[in-house]
Design a protein around this ligand. Structure first.
Ligand SMILES: NC(=O)C1=CN([C@@H]2O[C@H](COP(=O)(O)OP(=O)(O)OC[C@H]3O[C@@H](n4cnc5c(N)ncnc54)[C@H](O)[C@@H]3O)[C@@H](O)[C@H]2O)C=CC1
Ligand SMILES: O=C(O)C(=O)Cc1ccc(O)cc1
Length: 319
């Protein structure tokens, strides 16, 4: 286990933690939580029997079951790590079994819809504190996870206005323990920001790889042969999980459509610049975007040490 995760705690953060969904994110949390001794008892629930078998083989939890309701009973912290489209069904199943004072959180890439699907099911006395670790890869499943995934990454909490401050602090402490920096914002703001920084970029990658594959002249073999350039980076992102990303777009519709509108306008301006030979406009934009990239790298070097586990999942930036 990498040193950078730090030593295990003497006393667990939570007596009982239940993770629902043991794919890339759930299994990464499980690996780190086990190493760090964050849970007295770590319970894993996944709808797929194959995943629960794998969780047992990998020793990721004390208990592994396909029954989310049974798994949630008695938990102090329940974290949904399933695609956002499954939230309503999971919330309905676990709600009657949640103990008073329990905290329910999640890791979903969309926050407004997450809250809308979870909140109506939450019994009085249960605290809902949604969260989103802005860290991942294009891989899925329990074998794809790794304990260092969240180190030096942002985790965004989107508690409702009337959320219990102690519950917010407990979730903040959980993500801090996993190595993340934590920021709190509204779900609406989160969805707007992530639409342009994560959701639209994924849509562009899905689209450009689809367009290239459809071109008659560009056969599949040429796509592979010449994908050493920028296109290769797009193919990594376009390999991301279809179920998860379908749910992201269906559940962050308004913000994604707003950002796509702006994107299309800017693309039309670039099209015009090329058509009319406006080299200055192209040069100015490319200079501005190069500075942004260099600034991102510089900030990363100041605040992070060299990555190791982060790259395990992929051959790109791993994020
Ligand atoms: N993949 C990524 O890079 C990131 C994903 N997320 C969010 O994390 C969540 C999970 O994503 P991944 O771990 O990548 O997905 P994954 O596909 O690796 O794992 C999802 C797991 O949930 C299980 N599952 C599906 N429906 C279920 C249900 N109704 N009850 C119980 N288990 C169920 C599946 O069997 C699977 O094992 C999503 O909401 C996604 O938006 C957040 C940050 C990064
Ligand atoms: O693999 C990549 O490039 C990612 O962007 C990973 C990712 C996917 C979804 C999220 O909500 C956060 C991070």
């Amino acid at each position: 286990m990498p040193d950078r995760l730090g030593p295990p705690r003497d006393t667990p953060l939570f007596e009982r933690i239940t993770l629902i969904g043991l794919g890339l994110i759930g299994s990464s949390i499980a690996r780190a939580a086990r190493h760090l001794n964050l849970a007295g008892t770590l319970v894993a629930a996944d709808a797929s029997p194959e995943v629960t078998v794998r969780v047992r083989e990998l020793g990721l939890a004390d208990i592994a079951t396909t029954d989310a309701a049974e798994a949630a009973a008695g938990a102090d912290l329940v974290v949904l790590c399933v695609p956002v489209g499954a939230y309503g069904a999971v919330a309905e199943a676990i709600a009657p079994h949640l103990k008073p004072g329990a905290i329910v959180s999640d890791v979903g890439s969309v926050k407004g819809a997450a809250f809308a699907q979870l909140a109506p099911h939450m019994p009085a006395g249960v605290h809902l504190v949604p969260a989103h670790p802005v860290a991942g890869t294009e891989y899925s499943g329990p074998d794809a996870g790794f304990a260092t995934l969240f180190i030096d990454r942002w985790s965004i909490l989107t508690p409702p206005e009337d959320a219990d401050p102690a519950a917010i602090n407990a979730v903040r402490g959980f993500w801090r323990a996993l190595g993340s920096n934590v920021e709190v914002m509204t779900a609406q703001h989160h969805d707007l920001v992530l639409a342009i920084t994560s959701h639209v970029p994924h849509l562009i990658a899905y689209n450009i790889v689809g367009t290239a594959a459809d071109l008659e002249e560009v056969t599949q073999s040429e796509v592979i042969k010449f994908s050493a350039g920028g296109f290769r980076d797009f193919t990594r992102i376009a390999a991301s999980d279809p179920t998860m990303w379908r749910d992201v777009f269906l559940n962050n519709k308004e913000a994604v459509l707003e950002m796509l509108g702006r994107f299309n306008e800017d693309l039309a301006a670039l099209q015009r610049a090329i058509r009319w030979g406006d080299g200055q406009a192209l040069f100015d934009l490319f200079t501005r975007t190069r500075a942004i990239r260099r600034n991102i790298i510089a900030v990363g070097q100041e605040t992070t040490e060299p990555d190791f586990g982060r790259r395990r999942g992929g051959d790109g930036d791993g994020q």
